[in-house]
Design a protein around this ligand. Structure first.
Ligand code: PMP
Length: 406
């Protein structure tokens, strides 16, 4: 495979070559949402120019084209995740809706006293849906603790996993800390105790290609917009026998086999979970994003990302009072930090004036902020299209901000 050429890759992302506040844009907010390559923009444009129609109607040629493009994208996602069948690939609005779908679908299996094991480093999307179901069923949401370095506390995991654990829902990668959790081992142990397992892959897929069969999880969720695809669509992978057993999430068109006022029956998988006209162009866009990634040397990309994080870590000591939150040994290129004497939101505003985009705040992970005793952090999150030069620019700006304002 050809060596990874970041300049060539950046030409695929037109949004990156612009000025913001009079400075070249340095986009380091990829964890919140990633940018889209021309291949995605073109695929969606072409879809609307040449084939748009409603899907699964079979009455005319455009409908057939749209259906083929839509179902082709589902197959692309199946292959990306190494799922057994496209019956196991359900389109959702994103990770959030995928987890809500599973929580609702499993509610019937929960009884008072049952436990849903999550962790303190979860995004609210992998906490709140479980709390809502716990409220309805009398089950309890139990958090695994984290270590000061930002790794899962495995002693806490072992002591909390027990025969009452019915569901184990864990993030693959922390959006705040960048920590890569040892999900395979955790899933093995949870399954041995009879728990169902869900992995929140929102922050993992932009960096790694997961293999759901190797992981052995029952459910895996991710969002297109963090994987260089469009907003408004995401994926729930679920094992077919579990999806078969779960009630539908929403009712309406598409999800039924036959409707009558006496008795309505459900469509086959995955359509049972896809009520209403789906996000067809967005599915096509996500398929194009995955095709784009498949056309790259992903090992070389990973190495390039690793180099960005290493350079950032080397430069931390050049900013007096800067402290990294999350120093796990296995990390994706995400750097949460604080600087003594500066509020995170001021860091964000001052960086923006330099054309540098980061995220500040609680990152939808308030229980984790509470653990670290901070209201929020500043977070730089890198993608493969970021450069070492951009890392240097970030730190040059942080040095200046610290000197002038801390
Ligand atoms: N989980 C994690 C780990 C995330 O980072 C995010 C997005 N910040 C979500 C879930 C929710 O994703 P979405 O808003 O796309 O549904």
């Amino acid at each position: 495979a050809p060596a990874f050429d970041v300049d060539a890759v950046r030409r695929d992302f037109p949004i990156l070559s612009q000025q913001v506040n009079g400075k070249p844009l340095v986009y380091l907010d990829n964890g919140a949402s990633a940018q889209k390559p021309i291949a995605v923009l073109d695929a969606m444009d072409r879809y609307y120019r040449e084939m748009h129609s409603n899907v699964h109607r079979g009455a005319h040629t455009l409908g057939d084209r749209a259906t083929a493009a839509f179902e082709g994208a589902r197959e692309t996602v199946r292959a990306f995740l190494n799922a057994d069948s496209t019956r196991e690939i359900v389109w959702t609005r994103g990770t959030t809706e995928a987890i809500n779908l599973v929580a609702n679908g499993l509610a019937g299996r929960l009884q008072p006293g049952d436990e849903i094991l999550v962790s303190r480093m979860e995004h609210h999307a992998n906490i709140v849906p479980w709390q809502m179901i716990a409220e309805r069923t009398g089950a309890k949401v139990v958090p695994i603790q984290v270590t000061p370095e930002g790794e899962l506390d495995l002693d806490s995991f072992h002591s909390l996993l027990n025969e009452r654990t019915k569901i184990f829902a864990i993030t693959h990668v922390s959006n705040v800390l960048g920590t890569v959790n040892p999900v395979k081992e955790l899933i093995d142990q949870a399954k041995a105790r009879g728990a169902l397992t869900l992995v929140d892959g929102a922050q993992a897929v932009p960096h790694y290609q997961p293999d759901v069969q190797a992981l052995g999880c029952d459910f895996y969720a991710f969002s297109s917009h963090k994987l260089f695809g469009p907003t408004g669509i995401g994926v729930l992978y679920g094992k077919a026998e579990l999806l078969e057993d779960m009630p539908p999430y929403q009712g309406g068109g598409e999800m039924i086999e036959r409707v009558s006022f006496e008795r309505t029956t459900w469509n086959t998988l995955p359509y049972k979970f896809e009520a209403g006209t789906p996000a067809v162009a967005e599915a096509v866009g996500l398929g194009a994003a995955i095709d784009y990634l498949n056309g790259q040397d992903r090992r070389a990309m990973e190495a390039a990302e690793k180099a960005l994080l290493e350079r950032a870590n080397q430069l931390v000591e050049t900013v007096p009072g800067m402290e990294i939150i999350g120093t796990a040994s296995q990390k994706v290129p995400v750097m949460s930090f604080k600087i003594a004497g500066l509020h995170p939101s001021d860091i964000g505003t001052l960086l923006d004036q330099q054309g540098i985009a980061i995220r500040t705040g609680h990152h939808c992970a308030m229980p984790l902020m509470d653990f670290y005793g901070v209201p929020g952090t500043a977070r730089a999150s890198f993608a493969f299209y970021n450069t070492l030069d951009e890392v240097e620019q970030l730190f040059a700006a942080l040095q200046k901000i610290q000197r002038l304002f801390a």
